[in-house]
Design a protein around this ligand. Sequence first.
Ligand SMILES: C[S@@+](CC[C@H](N)C(=O)[O-])C[C@H]1O[C@@H](n2cnc3c(N)ncnc32)[C@H](O)[C@@H]1O
Length: 437
Amino acid sequence: MTLPSGASLPLGTVHDMPEPTPTTPGGPDPDGHHTGEQYMVGLDLHGRRVVIIGGGSVVQRRLSTLASSGADIHVIAVDPTPTVESFPGITVQRRAYRPGDLAEAWYALACTDDPEVNAQVVAEADSRRIFCVRADDARFGSAATPASVRHDGVTVGVLASGDHRLSAAIRREISRQLLDGSLESSVETTHPPGVALVGGGPGDPELITVRGRRLLAAADVVVADRLGPAALLSELSPTVEIIDAAKVPYGRAMKQEAINQVLIDRARAGKFVVRLKGGDPYVYGRGFEELAACVDAGVQVTVVPGITSPISAPAAAGIPVTHRGVTHEVVIVSGHLPPGHPDSLVDWDALGKLRGTVVLMMAVERLDAFAAALIAAGRDPQTPVALIENASLPTQRRIRAVLGDAARVGRERGLTPPAIVVIGAVAAFDAATGSTG
Ligand SMILES: C[S@@+](CC[C@H](N)C(=O)[O-])C[C@H]1O[C@@H](n2cnc3c(N)ncnc32)[C@H](O)[C@@H]1O
């Protein structure tokens, strides 16, 4: 990547203190502009006093990064936003800036919406030799905040001679490449040892978590489910071994054992193994069985939660599983076994008495029996139902029905797994119109 002159990319945080004099002839020119090329450093602010004058949206955006540095943060603002005012672990004084407020500070930020006040803050900072960012016009500050991205323990910062759009655009591109692994060759990707059970979300490759995506990019071996973000597999390097868990041989119980064994064998061979699962690893995903097998074999496991389909499939189809004043409960139920089956752990009578949202998973085949059980226990046959197939994928379908005819409608419309069945008033909601009925 070619960087414009003036842009620089430090990899990692350098725990240097600011240098007393810039490397180029810095300091303000007669107009008060700070001159010279900016010199990028990493400040160790842990336990050090940082004073922020102003408490608006600029401060709100920067607070969490500053707070994660462990700085001792003091905000002075006439009208801080509620988020700034309630930010944990910082001191907020509701008042105007007063000369002397920067006493004892190591670093300062002038972030009010009044250029006069910001100028006074910078002047005080200069007189005290405190580096100071000026948010409304970076040229007048003695420090500038780089556009930064943190990835895998590495902070990348971009300064583009005051061109914020350019620095943000470069940061966005670097961030994208770090996430999809294309910057892997230049940045040593770190990962935990052993096996990572990664929740891949409902199928859309953009609905995996940032951590899941990062670990996937670092994998030597990927053991993938049928459900989940299959599109991400095509982006992996040809050197990555992809094992299709759906094709691992033998019967159901044996198959799970075979999957466990593959995870253990590859991890013992020194490979970093990502077990890529649909949705969340712990929601009807046998994730804990895989974890237990690995732990038992002495293999270290990292669990990365995922966006689970009983919540996200309805959302992708425009249905909120809760809504104020409409439903105060959501119950997620496996349709793996029919009502009355000796191994079933579901109390269908109790479910039928609920008024809120019931989400059925793996329920396409036996929808007749589930609907009948709920109606027999008291649920109104006119209760709205949504059948959502292939949620979040280009083939997504939402079929409307009511409880009394949902199985028939599903059959007639050729409903096939994977599908989610939403039962309850929210199933009639329409995101396109905002209608709730
Ligand atoms: C074995 S469970 C795995 C659930 C997964 N661990 C999760 O958290 O979403 C498989 C069931 O999840 C549901 N499912 C998963 N992905 C889906 C999708 N994209 N659209 C609709 N239903 C989905 C279906 O009910 C499917 O039968």
